[in-house]
Structure formats: C-alpha cells, structure tokens
Design a protein around this ligand. Structure first.
Ligand SMILES: [Zn+2]
Length: 80
C-alpha cells in the first residue's frame, strides 16, 4: 500500500480522517482514515501536518491479530 507521506498529502489525495481508535493488539492510539477507495486504514498518530504517515499495520499488529483470531477459532472448535 502506498500511503501519502503526511497528513497534508493524505488530505490533498482525498483521504478522510474518521476518528481516533485504539489498536486491539498493542493498545496504541491510532488514527482511522478512509482511503479514496473507501477502505478504512489505521495510521500511527500524526502530531503535525508534516508528521510522517505510517500505516499502523506495518508494526505487525495485523499479523498478530490474525494469529489471535486463529487461536480463538481453535478454542471455539475445542469447546464445540
Ligand atoms: Zn497495534
């Protein structure tokens, strides 16, 4: 995924800020943005218009979330 470099560019490229949220995996605050293609993406908090925009998934939380979901699946199949 090619992200614009900062929030100024996000806005210029018609990304839209939605809300602040907390990552389920690491507990960090993230900013949820809507891409021009209407996909919601978490971005690390940007403190100024020039702060670099970094996808929060790049901290491997997505991977961990997937693993967690797998473990939960397993638990459920054991319980069933
Ligand atoms: Zn995270």
């Amino acid at each position: 995924m090619n992200l614009p470099r900062n929030s100024e560019e996000l806005l210029a490229q018609r990304y839209r800020f939605l809300e602040f949220g907390v990552c389920d995996v690491c507990g960090k605050t993230v900013e949820w943005w809507m891409t021009p293609k209407h996909k919601q993406i978490p971005i690390n908090v940007m403190y100024s218009p020039k702060s670099p925009a970094e996808s929060h998934w790049e901290e491997n939380c997505f991977l961990k979330a997937k693993l967690k979901a797998k473990q939960n699946d397993r638990k459920e199949s054991v319980a069933a």
